[in-house]
Write a protein that binds this ligand. Structure first.
Ligand code: T5A
Length: 217
């Protein structure tokens, strides 16, 4: 059984559907933290460790991943996360450094739980087992309609990965699932209108940071 350790760094995560602007906002935030003398650690899920990157390849692009069942998919995302938490995130937070992750456990709640229709209590148990006490201090949900996201992704979308090939219904469920989750977890999840210009969204995120730092202490 894991016990809580004294965390000193702040743990921030970004969530939202494909093309909502997570990577863009993470880059802007990291640059601004660096100007303030901080050196945040940037991660992406699945991935971030050598085993996690192998799992990412299997989940997204490998032909061997094409026939994965929803249950196997859920466990693979959880396996990548369990490794990332113990190998990278916890030691980094304990060393006092800020960690910013592009996706984390909420992606599983929404993509595998809501969109793949795996019962929420099963997803919650597996998520809890994978992360232990390592829950984000604050999560930024970039909410964007599907048409705008597709237009932004443009050319990249001509070579979609396994999940990007899902139906419009799937991505509607993802968006709805995220908004419902944010309504249930108001203290941790901040919803941002991702159709706004990048600089405006970045300013809102900076505005929430002070609060995240207080929660993280
Ligand atoms: N997944 C993941 C699960 O099913 N379960 C899980 O548990 C986890 C962890 C990962 C996939 O795995 C699934 C979900 C995903 O399908 P990925 O390859 O890591 O996928 O990619 P995504 O996370 O989907 O990220 P994307 O790269 O698609 O999009 P981003 O990072 O959200 O968007 P970004 O910043 O690259 O922006 C896209 C474009 O829009 C422009 C950018 O310049 C870029 O061209 N842009 C804007 N344009 C106008 N206004 C703005 N405000 C803009 N912001 C960005």
């Amino acid at each position: 059984m894991e016990t809580g350790t004294a965390r000193k760094g702040i743990f921030l995560t970004f969530e939202g559907s494909e093309g909502c602007g997570k990577s863009t906002q993470i880059r802007i935030l990291a640059e601004s933290l660096c100007r303030d003398g901080e050196e945040p650690l940037l991660l992406r899920e699945p991935g971030g460790t050598s085993s996690g990157e192998a799992i990412r390849h299997l989940l997204q692009h490998a032909p061997e991943g094409e026939a994965l069942t929803p249950e196997a998919e859920l466990l693979l995302f959880a396996a990548s996360r369990a490794q990332l938490v113990r190998e990278v995130i916890r030691p980094t937070l304990e060393a006092g450094r800020t960690v910013i992750s592009d996706r984390f456990l909420d992606s599983t709640t929404v993509y595998q739980g809501v969109a793949r229709k795996i019962p929420p209590e099963v997803v919650a148990r597996i998520n809890a087992f994978a992360v232990g006490v390592c829950v984000p201090d604050m999560t930024f949900l970039l909410d964007l309609d599907r048409a705008t996201a597709l237009a932004r992704l443009g050319r990249r979308n001509q070579n979609p990965d396994r999940i990007e090939r899902e139906s419009e219904e799937f991505f509607e469920a993802v968006r709805r699932g995220y908004l419902e989750l944010a309504a249930r977890e108001k203290r941790r999840i901040r919803v941002l209108d991702a159709s706004r210009p990048p600089g405006e969204i970045a300013e809102q995120i900076r505005g929430f940071l002070g609060e995240a730092k207080l929660i993280g202490r």
